[in-house]
Design a protein around this ligand. Structure first.
Ligand code: GDP
Ligand code: MG
Length: 243
C-alpha cells in the first residue's frame, strides 16, 4: 500500500463537467508547487453531464480519485462520505466551481502543519477577504445566515465551505449531513483548540449552475435549530489567536 498523502481535499460535484479538469489541474498544481503531497477526492453524485467519467479519465494524469454515489444525495453527505474514505492526517473541502481560490490552499494547510491551528478556514469576512460578482440578494442571504449562527461561535465566516482540519477534529464526531453547510457542523461540533481564518476573495461560478435553492435555506434553518436545541454553544471552545 502506498503511504497516504499529507492532505486529502474532498470536492463534491454535481454537473461540473465544464470546469472540472481545469480545477483538478489547478488544485494539484498549487499543492505540488508548495511541496505538499495531496490527493483530490471527487465525490460525484452520478452527474448527468458525465463529470464522474471525466474524473476517472483524469486519474491517469493527476492525483485524483472519484467516489461515485448513485444519485444527488446532497453536498454535506458527499463531503462526509469523502472524508470517510481518506487516510491523510489533514482533510479539507472545497467547491468545484472556482469560487474557492485554490491559491490559498497551501496557506490553510500550512497553518495546520506548522502548529498554528487545528482548523483553518478560507474566510470572506476577515481583512483581505471578500466577495466579487455575487448579486445583492445572495450577499444579504449570506450575511443573515451568518448573523443567525453568530452566538454559536466566534468564527467570522461561519458558513464557509472552504476549510482544512486535522483528521482528529472530525474523528468520532457525529456530523449532521443536512443541507449545504458542512463547515458550520465542523466549526460547532469539531474537536479543536485553535482555529484560523485565512482571507480569500470568493468569486461566483463562471461555468454551470448553482445547486443552491430555496430548499437549502429551510435546511439551514433546520440545521441551526438542531444546534441551538442541542445546547451546543461553543463560545470560548478552544478559540485561539484568531478569535
Ligand atoms: N456530490 C454532490 N455535490 C453537490 C451537490 N450539490 C452541490 N454539489 C457541489 O457542491 C459545490 C457547491 O455547490 P454550488 O452549486 O456551487 O453552490 P453555491 O456556490 O452555493 O451556489 C459544487 O462543487 C457542486 O457541484 C450534491 O447533491 N451532491
Ligand atoms: Mg458555487
Amino acid at each position: 500500500m502506498p503511504l497516504p498523502a499529507d492532505v486529502s481535499v474532498v470536492i463534491p460535484t454535481y454537473n461540473e463537467a465544464a470546469g472540472i479538469e481545469k480545477l483538478i489541474a489547478a488544485v494539484s498544481g498549487v499543492f505540488r508547487s508548495a511541496g505538499l503531497s495531496a490527493e483530490i477526492v471527487i465525490v460525484d453524485d452520478n452527474s448527468p453531464d458525465g463529470t464522474g467519467a471525466i474524473v476517472e479519465r483524469l486519474a491517469a494524469s493527476y492525483p485524483v480519485r472519484c467516489l461515485h454515489r448513485a444519485g444527488k444525495l446532497g453536498l454535506s453527505s458527499a463531503v462526509i462520505d469523502g472524508w470517510a474514505s481518506c487516510a491523510a492526517a489533514i482533510v479539507g473541502v472545497m467547491d468545484a466551481d472556482f469560487s474557492h481560490d485554490p491559491n490559498i490552499a497551501p496557506s490553510l494547510v500550512g497553518a495546520i502543519k506548522n502548529g498554528d491551528c487545528d482548523l483553518a478556514i478560507g474566510s470572506r469576512y476577515v481583512d483581505g477577504g471578500g466577495i466579487t460578482n455575487w448579486p445583492l440578494r445572495r450577499r444579504l442571504t449570506s450575511l443573515v445566515a451568518i448573523a443567525l449562527a453568530r452566538p454559536l461561535t466566534r468564527v467570522k465566516d461561519i458558513t464557509s465551505g472552504y476549510f482544512f482540519c486535522k483528521r482528529s477534529v472530525i474523528e468520532g464526531v457525529k456530523l449532521d449531513p443536512i443541507g449545504f453547510k458542512i463547515g458550520l457542523e465542523v466549526i460547532v461540533k469539531g474537536k479543536y483548540k485553535n482555529v484560523q481564518e485565512v482571507p480569500y476573495v470568493f468569486t461566483d461560478r463562471t461555468h454551470g449552475a448553482s445547486k443552491l435553492n430555496g430548499g437549502e435555506i429551510v435546511n439551514y434553518l433546520k440545521q441551526l435549530g438542531k444546534m441551538y436545541a442541542g445546547g451546543r454553544r461553543q463560545r470560548g471552545n478552544g478559540f485561539g489567536a484568531d478569535a
